[in-house]
Design a protein around this ligand. Structure first.
Ligand SMILES: NC(=O)c1ccc[n+]([C@@H]2O[C@H](COP(=O)([O-])OP(=O)(O)OC[C@H]3O[C@@H](n4cnc5c(N)ncnc54)[C@H](OP(=O)(O)O)[C@@H]3O)[C@@H](O)[C@H]2O)c1
Length: 270
C-alpha cells in the first residue's frame, strides 16, 4: 500500500478551531501543501485560520461551520466535502470530554459527549467509507481516539468509553475495506496540551502533556503512512505495551489516585 501524498490534495479536518485539529491543519498546509476543509462550531476561529493559512502557506481553505453533535449536520459536512469528488483524506478529530465524578455528569452533557464523540463520528465515517471504498479511489481516513480508549480513565469514565468505541470501531472497519488504496487509521494520543486539558482540574497533570505540535506531526505521519493504530510519543508507546502486561484493575486504581488528586486540588482552589 502506497503512502498518501497530500500535496495539492483536499483534506477534511474536523475540530480545527483549536488544539490538535488547528495544529494539524497548520502542518498539513505548511509542510504538506494540502488544501483544507476545516470544520467546527466557532466560525471566527475557523475564518482566522483560513485567512492565516491562505496567506502564509498559499493553499486553499474552505470553512464549514457545523455542530457535529447534530447528526444531520455531520451528514451535511461530509456531503459538502465529497460533492466535487476530490476529497483525498479526512481526519475526524472533533471531540469533547468531561473530567469529574461520573455521578455528577449531567445527562445533557453526557448526551452531547456521546453525540459528538460517537454518533457524529459514525455518521461521518459511514458516508466517507461509502465514498472512499471503491476501486481506484485513493485516500485515507483517520479517527482521533485516545489512550483512554485502551486504559479506561477514572473520572473521565464516559469519555474513555467513547474513545474505546472509536478505537474498536475504526480497527474493525479497517478490516472490512475492499479497496486496497484506502485505509482507516486510529490515532490514540495520551495527554496533549490543548484547550481540552487547559482547565483547573487538569492543572496537576500538566507535566504529563505532550506539546500539541509534536502530537500533530505524529498524527499526520500516522495518516500518511496508513498506520492501523498509532500512539504518539516514544514513552507513551513503551508504556502502552508495558501496561498490557499489568492487570487492568491495578492500572485503574493507580490512575484513579492520580486523577482524584488533580480533581481535588482544582476543587480546593475554587
Ligand atoms: N487533549 C488531550 O489530552 C487529548 C488526548 C487524547 C485524545 N484527544 C482527542 O483529540 C481530539 C482533539 O482534542 P483537543 O485536545 O485538540 O481539544 P480542543 O482544543 O478542545 O479541540 C476540540 C475541537 O473539537 C471541536 N468540537 C467540539 N465539539 C464539537 C461539536 N459539537 N461540533 C463541532 N466541533 C466540535 C472544537 O471546536 P468548537 O468548539 O469550535 O466546535 C475544537 O475545535 C479530541 O477528539 C480529543 O478527544 C485529546
Amino acid at each position: 500500500m502506497k503512502n498518501l501524498q497530500l500535496n495539492n490534495k483536499w483534506v477534511l479536518v474536523t475540530g480545527a478551531s483549536s488544539g490538535l485539529g488547528q495544529e494539524m491543519a497548520r502542518q498539513l498546509a505548511h509542510v504538506h501543501k494540502a488544501n483544507l476543509i476545516i470544520a467546527a462550531r466557532r466560525a471566527d476561529k475557523l475564518n482566522e485560520l483560513k485567512a492565516e493559512l491562505e496567506q502564509t502557506a498559499g493553499v486553499q481553505v474552505k470553512v464549514i461551520v457545523a455542530d457535529l453533535s447534530i447528526p444531520e449536520a455531520a451528514d451535511l459536512l461530509v456531503a459538502e466535502s465529497i460533492a466535487e469528488g476530490n476529497l483525498y483524506a479526512a481526519i475526524l478529530n472533533a471531540g469533547v470530554t468531561y473530567f469529574g465524578r461520573h455521578t455528577e455528569l449531567e445527562w445533557d452533557k453526557f448526551d452531547s459527549i456521546l453525540k459528538t464523540n460517537v454518533i457524529g463520528v459514525v455518521r461521518m465515517t459511514n458516508a466517507l467509507v461509502k465514498y472512499f471504498d471503491k476501486p481506484g479511489r485513493q485516500g485515507g481516513l483517520m479517527l482521533v481516539s485516545s489512550m483512554a480508549g485502551f486504559f479506561p480513565v477514572p473520572y473521565q469514565a464516559a469519555y474513555s468509553a467513547t474513545k474505546a468505541f472509536t478505537t474498536a470501531f475504526g480497527n474493525a472497519l479497517h478490516n472490512e475495506l475492499t479497496n486496497p488504496d484506502f485505509s482507516i487509521t486510529v490515532f490514540a494520543p495520551g495527554g496533549i496540551a490543548t484547550e481540552m486539558t487547559h482547565g483547573a482540574e487538569f492543572e496537576a497533570l500538566q507535566g504529563w502533556l505532550m506539546p500539541v505540535k509534536q502530537a500533530a506531526k505524529e498524527a499526520i505521519h500516522a495518516l500518511v503512512t496508513r498506520k492501523y493504530n498509532y500512539v504518539p510519543g516514544f514513552f507513551n508507546r513503551v508504556g502502552n505495551v508495558f501496561m498490557n502486561f499489568l492487570p487492568g484493575k491495578f492500572i485503574g486504581s493507580k490512575m484513579s489516585k492520580v486523577y482524584l488528586r488533580s480533581l481535588n486540588k482544582a476543587q480546593q482552589g475554587k
